[in-house]
Design a protein around this ligand. Structure first.
Ligand code: UD1
Ligand code: CA
Length: 454
């Protein structure tokens, strides 16, 4: 049986080219830190444990989720030094290691597996991923010998003009024999930049009479390293295309895919339709047959089956099946809409449950409330949930009819089957089945809207 490879993920660099206060590998890409994409890739390639080399242990440690540990490299003295630090913290490991850079989020797990099998079939000490990316870039250049074997990698900043014109570059993913790596990494020395370069390992292997295998890929996207914010935008565009394509192949329709953004952790069931200009963020989940957009923004929101959400913003909300929203509504955290709820334009719901079949069609705010089944919320209804000191709750019973422009001064309860008149200012509880009108609203007569039993 094959052994489990170790993964070494380099993430301790200074990120000077990003001009940022936060480390490069923690910049978000499609809703996740760059580093989280790379960790998912090495996990999917079957690696355990994962050793992340970082300047500090907290943020990388949180992303590791118990699958490995952080090796602290401070100050960062180059990628070769980073690997040395990683090995010092993984001294029991034997067999094969993957070495990847934390700033290469588009690398695929199957490519790492391929490097590993190349290492084995060629009996090589090291296998590297290369590609022909052209000559105007910062990648290391691959120098081959007369026989066509990889002899060394020279960094663009140290390369001669002829070397810079070499068509093949180092895309920055490696499979390596750990026993050899341990002996070779100690021999790496700082170069004229003062750093220790991992890429000097290739010449080291040649010197040791070891074979270096190369997988030259045509999918250059995979090697996109993020060094600047321009690179970040390019990598994000590529990642988002990849995510949308995967959803489409799994049965989701995108009407105008390039206009939509879907984060990496979003799930969408088959037969959903995503219309133009729609943004799905965080842990959003969309159920089968739902139609989202055009121009909807959903953040950490769960949508059931056969729902319609048009041109609205939903954050931290939950929709059961067959709910319709919009256009121009806003659901905020804690909004929970049960089956068949219909919300029209210019409505806002926050921290409130609307039970089955309730309708809220125009210009209303419902916050900190529990609204029953089949309630009709008239245009312009507002829960006055905040008295300047605390948030208070409004409760509305099943089958109630809230007249247009009703103000509900919380804490207050409108009983089941009750009615409020247009413009009512409800400051006291309205008993079940009563009609309340005026300012402040008085209960004037009984007219129960609940269906009588059989
Ligand atoms: C590196 C490769 C280059 C390759 C390119 C592919 C080296 C010397 N060069 O260059 O051949 O074409 O990636 O994208 O390896 N890091 C550390 N500790 C350090 C320095 C860097 O952990 O001391 C980490 C960084 O956080 C980063 C990764 O290593 O995630 C790569 O470093 P970076 O400076 O971006 O290397 P490149 O110049 O892109
Ligand atoms: Ca880089």
């Amino acid at each position: 049986m094959k052994d489990t490879p170790l993964a070494i993920v380099l993430a301790a660099g200074l990120s000077t080219r990003m001009k940022s206060k936060i480390p490069k590998v923690l910049h978000p890409l499609a809703g996740r830190p760059l580093l989280a994409h790379v960790l998912e890739t090495v996990r999917a390639a079957g690696a355990r444990p994962l050793v992340v080399v970082s300047k500090e242990s907290a943020s990388a440690g949180a992303l590791l989720d118990g699958d490995g540990g952080v090796a602290v490299q401070d100050p960062p003295r180059g990628t070769g030094d980073a690997v040395r630090v990683a090995l010092a913290s993984a001294n029991g490991a034997t067999g094969t290691a993957y070495i990847v850079y934390g700033d290469t989020p588009l690398l695929r797990a199957e490519t790492l597996r391929r490097l590993r099998s190349l290492l084995e079939t060629r009996g090589a000490a090291l296998a590297i991923l290369t590609g022909e990316v052209g000559t105007d870039n910062a990648y290391g250049r691959v120098v081959r010998d007369a026989a066509g074997d990889v002899a060394r990698v020279v960094e663009a900043r140290l390369a001669t003009p002829e070397e810079r014109r070499l068509p093949e570059s180092n895309l920055g993913a490696y499979a390596v024999d750990l026993a050899w790596l341990r002996s070779a990494v100690g021999r790496l020395r700082p170069n004229e930049t003062g750093e220790i370069y991992l890429t000097d390992l290739i010449a080291e292997a040649t010197r040791d009479g070891k074979r270096v295998a190369a997988h030259r890929t045509a999918d250059l996207e995979e090697g996109m390293g993020v060094n600047t914010r321009v690179d970040l935008a390019a990598a994000e565009a590529a990642m988002r295309r990849r995510i949308r394509d995967a959803h489409m192949l799994a049965g989701v329709t995108f009407r105008d895919p390039d206009s939509c953004q879907v984060d990496a952790d979003v799930t969408i069931a088959p037969e959903a339709v995503i219309e133009r200009g729609t943004i799905l963020e965080g842990k959003t989940r969309i159920g089968a047959g739902s139609r989202i957009g055009p121009y909807a923004i959903l953040r950490d929101t769960t949508v059931g089956e056969r729902c319609t959400v048009e041109n609205s913003t939903l954050e931290g909300a939950t929709l059961e099946d067959e709910v319709t929203i919009g256009p121009y509504s806003h659901l905020r955290p804690g909004a929970y809409l049960e089956r068949g709820v219909a919300m029209g334009n210019f409505g806002e719901v926050k921290n409130a449950r609307l039970r089955k079949g309730t309708k809220m069609h125009h210009f209303s705010y419902v916050g900190d409330a529990d609204v029953g089944e089949r309630v009709n919320i008239g245009a312009g209804t507002i829960t006055l949930n905040y008295d300047g000191v605390r948030k208070n709750r409004t409760t509305i019973g099943d089958d109630a009819f809230i007249g247009s422009d009703t103000l509900l001064r919380a804490p207050v309860t409108v009983g089941a089957g009750a009615t409020t008149g247009a413009g009512a200012v409800v400051t006291k509880d309205v008993p079940e089945g009563m009609v309340a009108v005026g300012m402040p609203a008085r209960a004037i007569k009984k007219a129960d809207r609940r269906k009588k039993g059989p």
